[in-house]
Design a protein around this ligand. Structure first.
Ligand code: EPU
Length: 293
């Protein structure tokens, strides 16, 4: 396949990751593209392979800490309408990975289909949510999956069963492939029932979580049968600050960007938190946010 001039013209070198991430942190991406079609996406993969570039697929950038020094690979964002379609077949939703979770939730709610309401307030696209198996305590998006269609970095399309997608707590085997679409099994339910879940979750999030500053959601995964936020709080770390990166005063597992935090500020804060939690509880916290260097 010849790389068309058209594709080369579309690959941008002027994109700053700060503008693409919810943390509002990150330097320049060496290459950035929003492919218009699957064909263009495949050509992008060939471009990346020829140049030996690391591939970073970005959804809404809501779980990413990108380096201030920038990224030397290629960032791919499936932002064209050709990656954002979805359809319902009875209680099944087949959606492309560029769809926003919030859109899918609204549309399934209006059809009286339950399942996605548990993810109210989780920012991001379906693809990003699947790759990290986003969720709340009792529910993960992977629970709804019947299959996932992916494109591997050699340009081959495959349909993976739920098991093959390897969902586990805030993780999956979908990191090194491009998620194209997924089939989700929903359940018929009353709108009132769906709205009750939505309202309860919104209230709980407003009460306990800190979305008032740029952040990337929970910074750490919860250790087995524990809450990372509780452990960090018990270490007295709420409010500590490195530069403009701060442990939220409201929820200790949220690191917020008070204005001009750099990735190294956040990384220093992460290592202080890990050191203190290890010292006090002998527990090794692991990052939930993806660190792009
Ligand atoms: N807690 C504290 N201090 C804090 C924060 C929490 O003592 O600063 C205590 C709470 O009082 C509560 C317990 O820790 O007793 C658990 O806290 P919370 O209910 O806020 O839940 P979490 O375990 O911190 C998890 C998910 C959230 C998800 C909520 C609600 C992870 C890492 N976090 O938080 O997901 O929204 O449950 O279901 O799994 C995310 O993944 O980005 C995320 C925000």
């Amino acid at each position: 396949m010849n790389l068309s001039k058209n594709l080369e013209n579309k690959i941008r070198t002027d994109i700053v990751l700060k503008s693409l991430t919810s943390f509002k942190i990150g330097g320049r991406a060496k290459y950035y593209i929003e492919p218009a079609t699957q064909e263009e996406l495949k050509k992008t993969l060939i471009f990346a392979k020829n140049k030996k570039l690391k591939i970073y697929c970005i959804g809404s950038g809501s779980n990413v800490l990108a380096s201030d020094k920038g990224i030397s690979g290629i960032i791919i964002k499936l932002n064209s309408k050709n990656f954002k379609s979805f359809k319902f077949e009875d209680d099944t939703l087949i959606a492309q990975s560029g769809c926003l979770l919030s859109t899918l939730l609204q549309r399934s709610r209006s059809r009286g289909l339950s399942g996605l309401e548990y993810f109210i307030g989780i920012p991001g696209t379906l693809g990003g949510a699947l790759a990290m198996n986003a969720g709340i305590k009792e529910k993960n998006i992977g629970d709804l999956v019947e299959d996932v269609t992916i494109l591997d970095y050699n340009g081959r399309t495959k349909i993976l069963s739920k098991d093959e997608a390897g969902f586990s707590y805030r993780n999956s085997d979908l990191d090194d492939v491009i998620v194209l679409s997924a089939t989700l099994k929903l359940k018929k339910s009353s709108k009132a029932g769906i709205d009750r879940v939505i309202n309860d979750l919104i209230t709980a999030r407003k009460r306990s979580q800190d979305w008032s500053f740029p952040c990337a959601g929970c910074a750490f995964k919860n250790p087995a049968n524990e809450s990372a936020g509780r452990l960090i709080d018990l270490c007295g770390l709420k409010g500590i600050r490195v530069g403009d990166a701060q442990v939220s005063l409201k929820h200790a597992n949220f690191i917020i960007n008070r204005g001009n935090a750099s990735s190294s500020d956040v990384l220093k804060l992460i290592s202080i938190i890990k050191r203190e939690v290890k010292k006090r509880f002998k527990i090794e916290l692991t990052e939930e946010i993806k660190i792009w260097k």
